[in-house]
Design a protein around this ligand. Structure first.
Ligand code: ISE
Length: 324
């Protein structure tokens, strides 16, 4: 069976999902593209159907599954429309701008009685993160006690606003830290450099582990994401994201990627193929709507903790049975 997939949004991520579906995804066909700009939708759609109304794309009989890559604020509403239509949806992170909106998605999926939502926390599919989790779960470093994260962008995108370093960027570390450690976050504390960039965010887990994350949106030299798990018997960390090392003019080193798309190209491809398979033969894969709620709810409380600088206990809802 070939899955007919519609993509909503043709920005950086929408265009990459369109490319993946056209060139690197088995078992799926791009059948529809939506963008508010009709000319842009038509140009990106090519021989697929072009829409300017996302709800019309979701309702279209040729669309069997949906990828949401529109602006963050639209994610929850469009995901709710996919659930109402009974169509599987891969929603780019974050699931919602607020915990309340994310909970409404969770409630709708619970009412539907089955998982339809995958949230695009693609780092779970990144080979480096997967190898780190395999090493930890396989006992290679003993019990984890610390996780150190670095999340540096060369420069904040021009559409970035104040708290987005947390609600748009740090949400990745919230999700991947929970996934790597198989643990839940219980407290958070934030230190901000003058001007609010970089941030140093510390979280504690329900297993007594400590997670530190540097989020630096204007690091200048390149896009650099790093993680190191520290265990009682050793450590495992991400290798530099390169296949070659260069020596020239008294310099030794490798090239940093410009942004997350080239750095996580494998993760996006593996995620898309796994999601398409889950839509046709199951089981559900990747981050669920509940994971999406937790990332947004914790990010919301990190923003609040930023204002006080205090070590803050997290207050989170209880997971419905659908997600246990
Ligand atoms: C962006 O929206 C992403 O999702 C990237 O993965 C992240 O590294 C970047 O900081 C965000 O702005």
């Amino acid at each position: 069976m070939t899955l007919g997939v519609g993509v909503i949004g043709t920005g950086v991520m929408g265009a990459e999902h369109v490319r993946l579906l056209r060139e690197e995804t088995a078992g799926a066909a791009l059948v529809a593209v939506c963008d508010a700009d009709a000319a842009r939708a038509t140009a990106v759609a090519g021989d697929a159907a072009a829409f300017t109304d996302p709800l019309a794309l979701i309702a279209d009989d040729g669309v069997q599954a949906v990828v949401i890559a529109s602006p963050d604020a639209t994610h929850a509403g469009l995901t709710l429309a996919c659930i109402a239509a009974g169509k599987p949806v891969l929603c780019e992170k974050p699931l919602a701008p607020s915990a309340d909106e994310a909970l409404r998605v969770v409630e709708a999926e619970v009412a539907a009685g089955r998982r339809l939502v995958t949230v695009g926390y693609m780092r779970r599919f990144d080979p480096a993160y997967a190898a780190m989790k395999q090493a930890l779960d396989g006992g290679a470093i003993g019990a984890a006690v610390l996780l150190h994260n670095i999340h540096r962008n060369a420069a904040a995108p021009d559409w970035f606003t104040g708290a987005m370093a947390v609600t748009n960027s740090f949400v990745h570390e919230i999700d991947i830290s929970r996934w790597l450690l198989s643990a839940e976050m219980t407290t958070v504390q934030v230190h901000a450099a003058p001007g609010g960039d970089p941030l140093l965010i510390t979280m504690e887990t329900d297993a007594g582990q400590i997670v530190s994350t540097e989020v630096f949106m204007n690091a200048a030299y390149g896009y650099h994401v790093h993680a190191q798990l520290v265990g009682r018997d050793g450590t495992v960390e991400m290798a530099p994201p390169t296949t070659t090392l260069t020596n020239r003019a008294l310099h030794h080193g490798h090239q940093w990627p410009e942004n997350w798309v080239p750095r996580f190209r494998d993760a996006y491809r593996i995620q898309m193929n796994a999601w398409v398979r889950s839509c046709t033969v199951g089981p559900p894969v990747g981050a669920s709507a509940w994971d999406g709620y937790l990332a947004t709810a914790i990010a919301e409380q990190v923003v609040a903790a930023l204002a006080t600088g205090a070590r803050t206990a997290l207050s989170l809802a209880t997971p419905p049975d659908l997600y246990r």
